[in-house]
Design a protein around this ligand. Structure first.
Ligand code: ADP
Length: 386
C-alpha cells in the first residue's frame, strides 16, 4: 500500500477521495504539526510537519489513538475531550490554546502549544489539532513569555540577588562578632585564672547572643517570604503540572528523559495560588532533571493522589543519585546545596509556599532509585485551606 493510498483511505472516511487528497495537500503546507482524528480520537491524517515533530511516518500512526503522541494526563483523555464531546455534542477544548507536553517516538518529552478544533463533515465529525513545538529556546522564550512572567522567574532571580546581598551584609556583622568573641575566648584560655575564666564566660555569652541575632535575621526573611501575597483560587492541579513541566523542559532539557505523569482525577481541583504551586513544581522538576544529568537511565515520574485527609499529594520521583547526606540533614533550610551555580534556596522557598497552603513537603528515597519529593495541597471540596 503506498503512502498516498493510506492518506486517501483515512481521510476518505470523512470526505470524497479527491477532497481528501486536496485536504492533505493543504495540511502538509502548514509549518506546525497538524493531526486530524476521528471522533474516537483515532488518527486519520498526520501532516508532514507532524512527521518531523514526532518522528513517526503517517503510515505508522493512522488508525492509532492520538494519545500515542501525548504525555500521560492527556493520554487519559480529558484534554482531547472526545468522550465528553460525544456525549454532549460539544467539544470543550475547542478553540482553547494551551501549553502542555507531548511525547516523541523516541520516548522523550517536549513542550508544545496545543489547540484543538472540531471538523464537521456533516454526518462525520472529527478533531483537528495544531501543535507547535516549544523546545527551541528563542521560540520558547516568546511562547512561554506569559507563563514565565507569571512565575516571575526572572524577577525572582534578580530580587533574590539583591536579597542575598543585603542578607549577606546583615549577617556579616553578627558572624564577625561571633568569630571575634570566640578568638578572644581561646586566647584568654591560654592563661586560665578565675578572672580570665569569667571573661571567657562573658565572651561566650556574647557569642551566643550574636548567633541568636543572626538567627533572627533569617527568621525575619522567612516571615517576609511567607507574607508574600497569595491569591487562592480553585485551580486544576493537572493544568499546573502540565504548564510547570513544559517550562522545566524548555531548551530541550527533557531529551533522553523518560518522563511520565500519572494523574488522579479525584485529586484535580485544589485551592491554591496557582503561580506559587507552579513555582514549587518547577523547582522540583528542575532539581530532578539536574540531579540526573550524569545518570545513565533518566526516569522522571510525576504523580498525584488523593489523601485520606482531603489533600492532593503530588510526588516528583527521579532515578538520580539520591540526596547528598549533608544536604539531606538540612534539606529545606536556605543556602544548603551541592550545586556550584545554585544558591540552595529553591527547596526552602518550596517549603514556605507549601506551608503557607497548610500542606507538607518531604523527601525520601524513590522507587526509581533516586529521590522522591512529595508535597500536599488542600483539595477544593474539603475546605482544608482554612
Ligand atoms: P538550588 O536553588 O541551588 O537548586 P535547592 O534548595 O533547590 O537549591 O536544592 C538544594 C540541594 O538539594 C541541591 O543542591 C541538591 O544537592 C539537593 N537536591 C534537590 N533535589 C534533588 C534531587 N532530586 N536529587 C538529588 N539531590 C537533590
Amino acid at each position: 500500500m503506498t503512502e498516498n493510498s493510506i492518506r486517501r483511505m483515512s481521510l476518505k472516511s470523512f470526505t470524497s477521495e479527491r477532497s481528501a487528497e486536496e485536504l492533505h495537500t493543504l495540511i502538509d503546507t502548514v509549518p506546525d504539526a497538524m493531526v486530524i482524528s476521528d471522533e474516537d480520537a483515532n488518527i486519520v491524517a498526520f501532516s508532514t510537519g507532524s512527521e518531523q515533530m514526532f518522528g513517526y511516518c503517517e503510515a505508522d500512526v493512522v488508525g492509532e489513538s492520538v494519545y500515542l503522541l501525548m504525555q500521560s494526563p492527556d493520554r487519559e483523555g480529558h484534554d482531547w475531550c472526545i468522550d465528553r464531546s460525544k456525549k454532549t455534542g460539544e467539544a470543550r477544548v475547542v478553540g482553547t490554546d494551551r501549553v502542555t507536553t507531548a511525547r516523541h517516538r523516541d520516548g522523550s518529552t517536549f513542550p508544545i502549544r496545543l489547540s484543538i478544533g472540531v471538523l464537521d463533515f456533516g454526518e462525520q465529525r472529527g478533531f483537528v489539532a495544531y501543535i507547535r513545538d516549544l523546545t527551541e529556546s528563542h521560540q520558547t522564550e516568546r511562547e512561554l513569555h506569559k507563563l514565565q512572567s507569571e512565575l516571575a522567574h526572572v524577577s525572582r532571580i534578580s530580587s533574590m540577588g539583591s536579597l542575598a546581598t543585603s542578607l549577606a551584609h546583615e549577617l556579616n556583622q553578627p558572624l564577625t562578632a561571633v568569630a571575634n568573641y570566640a578568638h578572644s575566648a581561646r586566647d584568654l584560655l591560654s592563661d586560665p585564672t578565675p578572672e580570665t575564666i569569667e571573661l571567657v564566660r562573658e565572651a561566650l555569652d556574647e557569642c551566643a547572643a550574636e548567633a541568636l541575632r543572626a538567627g533572627q535575621i533569617v527568621h525575619r526573611l522567612r516571615d517576609f517570604i511567607k507574607r508574600g501575597e497569595t491569591e487562592r483560587q480553585i485551580a486544576s492541579l493537572r493544568r499546573i503540572i502540565q504548564e510547570a513541566s513544559a517550562l522545566a523542559l524548555m531548551n530541550g532539557d527533557g531529551k533522553g528523559v523518560d518522563f511520565e505523569t500519572e494523574i488522579d482525577r479525584e485529586a484535580d481541583e485544589v485551592i491554591v495560588d496557582p503561580v506559587q504551586i507552579q513555582q514549587v513544581m518547577h523547582n522540583l522538576i528542575r532539581n530532578a532533571l539536574e540531579a540526573m544529568l550524569e545518570s545513565r537511565h533518566r526516569q522522571l515520574r510525576v504523580r498525584t493522589q488523593k489523601t485520606s485527609d482531603g489533600f492532593a499529594m503530588v510526588s516528583v520521583m527521579d532515578s538520580g543519585p539520591g540526596l547528598d547526606q549533608t544536604v539531606a540533614e538540612r534539606l529545606f533550610h536556605p543556602f544548603n546545596g551541592t550545586k556550584q551555580n545554585g544558591m540552595g534556596i529553591g527547596l526552602s522557598i518550596c517549603h514556605s509556599i507549601v506551608q503557607s497552603h497548610n500542606g507538607k513537603i518531604w523527601a525520601e528515597p524513590s522507587a526509581l532509585g533516586g529521590t522522591a519529593f512529595h508535597f500536599t495541597v488542600p483539595l477544593a471540596e474539603t475546605g482544608n485551606d482554612e
